[in-house]
Write a protein that binds this ligand. Sequence first.
Ligand SMILES: Cc1cc2nc3c(=O)[nH]c(=O)nc-3n(C[C@H](O)[C@H](O)[C@H](O)COP(=O)(O)OP(=O)(O)OC[C@H]3O[C@@H](n4cnc5c(N)ncnc54)[C@H](O)[C@@H]3O)c2cc1C
Length: 362
Amino acid sequence: MKQSLRDLIIVGAGPVGSHLAEKMAEKDLDVLIIERSDEVGRPLACSGHVSPDIWNFVPEEKREELEQNQIRGARFHAEDDSEFRFYKEEETVSYVIDRVRLDKVKAKEAEKAGAELHLGETVKSVDEEGEFVSVETDKDSYRAKIVAGCDGAQSKVREETGLPDPDHFYQGILCFTDEEDCQDFVDVFLEVPSFFGWRIPRGDSVEYGAAVPKGETPMKWLDRITERYVDSDERKDFCAGAIPIQPPETVTSDRVFLVGDAAGQTKPFTGGGILYGMRCAETASQTVEVEEPRTLEDYENGWRSSLNKDIMLGGFIENFYSWPTMLQKMPLNIFQGEIGVHMDHPTSLFSLNHLKSFLKRN
Ligand SMILES: Cc1cc2nc3c(=O)[nH]c(=O)nc-3n(C[C@H](O)[C@H](O)[C@H](O)COP(=O)(O)OP(=O)(O)OC[C@H]3O[C@@H](n4cnc5c(N)ncnc54)[C@H](O)[C@@H]3O)c2cc1C
């Protein structure tokens, strides 16, 4: 039987796909989300460490169930064990949230807005066929006017459409312990090659993690970090995932567009992509008209003009992780102390707010 023509098929019910689905369904479009996992949010491969902007993307009444801890600053540990603190005196810099729950909340909001969600169904092929796009899954076949690939770092939609990959990937690994820790500082370990390791207090647990470039063994670096704090048998719930860095030159084709990790829309100096991805989903919902595929170009221009500067500057900061320890310690020494930056916007390093904090301590 010939399938009906959907307005929009979104592949992937991560935070980005669900946010896009919610916004597009609110425009009264016929939106189908196809998610390969049987349970939204699982398997987990994320710390859920986000800026306060997260609260612009979830309903106020869900905040309490998502929030696990508030963070005011970070201790950076150089390879020689010297320590540098960056913090805000009276303000929350970031939140540690329940990432599995975030995905579930966002998927529910999408369904409430009218999107249809198919769980446990994997997209196998995507073909642009002139006036529509065919999508084959392991269970069924569909047709849509437009398809959005929100299917993460190793995007099948990107591969099927022949769109280029993000510039490079890190491999992230993390695990948890039952330590109770509500302190308001995270720890960042710079001995990890090219990127970093971390310790995040989550209230009734602690998360340890490391992200490394291809060719390195993530577990080796996770072992090195955790052994300072806990015995290896106290660690549990290991998980891992790829982190795309630097978007490719284009994330749109005739009738397909990518959003979120699929498009490499992450912060190059942390790998964080929840908020950049949801911001880009918002841009897509404001620019893409399913009857006018040419509007995909407006999406491409729109998200780039909103994120380009931060991603470019973020790339410079990412290089810092590869510097020799002696060099790394110079900027750490100069800039340590109170900060006035927004963690999603490295361009705020040049803001009046940050300048004031810098002058206050010098
Ligand atoms: C170790 C680690 C720690 C991280 N920590 C943070 C952090 O603290 N803060 C932060 O902001 N970011 C963090 N990130 C990055 C963050 O997880 C991603 O940026 C974010 O998940 C991107 O959301 P997304 O919706 O684009 O993709 P995803 O969350 O990856 O969602 C993609 C969805 O698509 C589905 N899918 C994939 N292929 C198919 C297919 N063929 N058919 C159907 N469905 C499919 C997947 O099952 C998944 O549900 C971390 C990443 C890693 C690896």
